[in-house]
Design a protein around this ligand. Structure first.
Ligand code: CA
Length: 242
């Protein structure tokens, strides 16, 4: 019982990579006040070294950093097998940057300037992130039109060739397989796959669908599997191979 109490009271650790001193201090104070153990760094290279050598619960990663930019840090961390949830802090209006971050394995992005409650909520959601194999899954794999989703090894292959999917894309794909044929709303996806139990203004779901289409559809512009249901959300239509 004592062990449990200790485990429960252990502070969640946040690596904060932000080079703007004012913002770094504000965020650091705020997160500390919320009960997080915050390690601030102002340099991309240092962020990479720290995140590779110490275990953090979540990483807040600014894009424009001296030394190495946030994209490079994110990409290198994922290449090294570091799976810590990453929230990218992007400059406003840079849509391509957001997609790029997610493509490199970030879990989510938050455009600057952001509201503090939104940042806190996103961090909490990343900490609550469920495993891809949430719930009982009897099948070890799901296969449709030559695309094979392996739930055990958390890998995806297309016609026998490995497809590079991020942890979040894989979680989304698993969720869609489980809800095949049903229309799921963006809000439901944000709640069940991202862990957001509140309304957020984000294009994250759409961006992730775009990525899955690019990687798995024969023609991403006329999708057969990842279907948009206008005004309602999305539907997955990959019928299992016989
Ligand atoms: Ca910066």
């Amino acid at each position: 019982m004592v062990m449990e109490t200790e485990a429960a009271s252990k502070l969640k650790t946040v690596l904060l990579a932000e080079d703007e001193p004012g913002l770094a201090m504000t965020l650091s104070d705020l997160l500390t006040g919320e009960g997080y153990d915050v390690k601030p760094v102002a340099d991309g290279q240092k962020a990479l070294v720290l995140a590779s050598t110490a275990a953090f619960d979540v990483i807040l990663l600014d894009v424009m950093l001296p030394g190495m930019n946030g994209f490079e840090v994110c990409r290198d961390l994922r290449r090294r097998g570091v799976g810590t949830p990453i929230l990218m802090l992007t400059a406003r209006g840079e849509v391509e940057d957001r997609v790029k971050g997610l493509n490199l394995g970030a879990d989510d992005y938050l455009p600057k300037p952001f509201a503090i409650p939104e940042l806190l909520a996103r961090v909490q959601a990343l900490l609550r992130r469920g495993s891809p194999a949430k719930g009982q899954r009897d099948a070890k794999t799901y296969q449709f039109d030559g695309i094979r989703v392996d739930f055990r090894s958390t890998t995806v292959t297309k016609n026998g060739k490995a497809v590079d999917v991020s942890a979040r894309e894989f979680q989304l794909l698993c969720y869609l397989v489980e809800h095949r044929g049903a229309t799921v709303s963006r809000r439901q996806l944000l709640k069940d796959v991202w862990g957001y139990d509140f309304a957020v203004l984000t294009r994250t779901v759409d961006v992730h669908f775009g990525l899955l289409r690019q990687k798995l559809e024969v023609n991403p512009k006329t999708p057969q599997y990842f279907i948009t249901v206008r005004g309602l959300g999305y539907k997955f239509m990959g019928e299992p191979d016989r």
